[in-house]
Design a protein around this ligand. Sequence first.
Ligand SMILES: Cc1cc2nc3c(=O)[nH]c(=O)nc-3n(C[C@H](O)[C@H](O)[C@H](O)COP(=O)(O)OP(=O)(O)OC[C@H]3O[C@@H](n4cnc5c(N)ncnc54)[C@H](O)[C@@H]3O)c2cc1C
Ligand code: SF4
Length: 330
Amino acid sequence: MNNFDYEVAGSVEEAVGKSTFIAGGTNLLDLLKYNLESVETLVDINSLDSAITQIETGILLGALATNADTAYHPLIEQNYPLLSKAILAGASGQIRNMATNGGNLLQRTRCYYFYDAHAPCNKRVPGSGCSAINGNNRIMAILGTSEHCIAVFPSDMCVALAALDAVVNIAGPNGNRKLNFADFHRLPGDTPHLDNNLLAGELITGIELPKKGFAKNYSYLKLRDRNSYAFALISVATGLDIENGIIKEARIALGGVAHKPWRVKAAEDYLAGKQPDEANFAAAAEIILQGAIGFEHNEFKIELAKRAIIRNGMMALDPSTQLPGAQPSA
Ligand SMILES: Cc1cc2nc3c(=O)[nH]c(=O)nc-3n(C[C@H](O)[C@H](O)[C@H](O)COP(=O)(O)OP(=O)(O)OC[C@H]3O[C@@H](n4cnc5c(N)ncnc54)[C@H](O)[C@@H]3O)c2cc1C
Ligand code: SF4
């Protein structure tokens, strides 16, 4: 860990334009301790907005609201249970108590080689190469990869936020802006060192959830090597709006498959107007996985993802059936 200055920001205005922000520290401190990131000035933003409030267009999550407070907040449990379940499928109780929502969007990949300072890694050191492509790539991406990086974005919460069409509120040196969730994270392309479209000095101030929460028919399925304290091999967030036994609107987002939560509008459009049954979810799964490419150790994820989409679609018809991921990860 290098020497750095430490400042506490008392307001958004005091924070924007500065160097590295620290919120819960659950990811950043590890990166600093392993010398994977270095900072000049660490700006503590813990005094900023942690409220969860109703707004005209839905709900606003303060960026500093913890994952635990969000998952157990009555407004979220009642109106956005998909988000609640996704958050509780992640990390552990202790980490969720520290981890903030803004920080969750910006956590770094869990690619083994990214965390090994001696391994070539284009994300950590641009131009050095990618150790994962011909290495241990069991947990890596199958969609949207590039020859420069095949890492996945590891968040559970963000998979639900993608399905819910959340909007990220951002304050920066040049003013405030909003970014649709689909545009927040990036694919690796030839700039894998850039995880998202946040600009230098910009601060996430909140996350807006539109009114439509799919509280009646939803499910979050997380498939992983251990049932607790593990990141997803594949995860699926499904929200369905069903009227008279027919799907009016479907939202399906995948985690563990790409550098960002993965959504395919063509598959959602395909489901609209159809019966919510296994055959239709299977057809949607084929559309979603079109173009998927496996590597030596993760080819199995393509079939696993298809089956997860079908299973999760069926569980969304009766959310009380959802397992695993329905219970908080210990
Ligand atoms: C052992 C372990 C297991 C985990 N398992 C899971 C899991 O299964 N699923 C899952 O989804 N997550 C998991 N996590 C990740 C955890 O959820 C994230 O580390 C956490 O959400 C990050 O939030 P934080 O407040 O601690 O961020 P920090 O570590 O403080 O910051 C992370 C990054 O975000 C930046 N940042 C923070 N807040 C803001 C802001 N408001 N504006 C701009 N930049 C900001 C920081 O500068 C830093 O770059 C796990 C973490 C650990 C350590
Ligand atoms: S997959 Fe991405 S993060 Fe992992 S080694 Fe390759 S470049 Fe680095």
